[in-house]
Design a protein around this ligand. Sequence first.
Ligand SMILES: [Zn+2]
Length: 352
Amino acid sequence: MLSTIRLSLVACVTLTSLLFHPTTARVIPIDPTTNQLVPRANGQLNIYINTADPSVAGIRNDARPRITEGAKDAVIMARLACALMMLENYEGLYERYFESPPLNDDEDNDDEDDDQEEEEDGGGQDEAGVDPARKQFVQTVFCAIAGITPECSINDIFTQRGTNPKLDGLTYSVGKYPGIEDHDRNFEHDAVYAATLYQDILTEYNIGNTDDAAIMEIHRRAFDFPNIEDIFENRGCQALGAADSGLMTTLGAHILHELVHWHHLTRTPENGHIYNQLITHDVYKPNENGEEVEETHDYIDDYDRDEYDDKDLDPPDGYGPQHAHQLVVNDEQDSFRNADNYRWFAVSLYWH
Ligand SMILES: [Zn+2]
């Protein structure tokens, strides 16, 4: 199995040149004067650098090549996950990050919701205790990010050019993007988080003329992480160790996490029926007066036990390989709603 993965990796690496073309042109997809989305040439990333933002000092020269490489790494990890799930070659990692098979039939007391879900999906669980419809859902999320039609053959995957055309609507922003009102956004936020995705931007921020556009702010902290090539060149795979850990995290892995949040990208005709059922959920957040208000999130979220009203449960959040796995143990439905479960599944597949 290892040799299959190695072969896939080689194929992925040779694909790198097919995915993106280098660009020096600064392309901003939303024209601030007309508020219209500007189409970009195929293969170019939209990267906006806010030089007026003091947090950008010291990273602005490196930002464009680092993000271009990181975006490529993200798509390659998604492409590999999509392909290996097609081959059923994921060495138990799907179960680790999404859905543990029940130990025995008596444990399957998950109430009527699940039974109903299985009927609606026309699925039910296979011999290993994994719901094939949910597994296919996870695969279509990765295939969508990678720009692959799930019915493709393996050969198609490794010869296909280009990325998902929906990515044309994405702008990477280094520093604060003008017009986004985010009251959570402060220096502390940038120090803790590597990146933030703003989606449905017309509705939320009145930027652009379409909800097909999104802004991904790449914060200063993201640049502390290497690209995949840096790991190969400077440390080597052996230095990563056997267990999933932060040593495997790259700038591209953070970009992949944010792309998982973007429902316009990850909700597809193939997974739409299960997306609404599995992903849409209510959270509870304090408003300006400190009162808890209910919000409906229809995208793959970041688990937060306070927002889920799971205050006595560990982990407190779903970040990192241990917390992501713990969500599967607690309530596996949370694992499908947590972006880092997708990130760590793909990262782990890549390095093992
Ligand atoms: Zn997130």
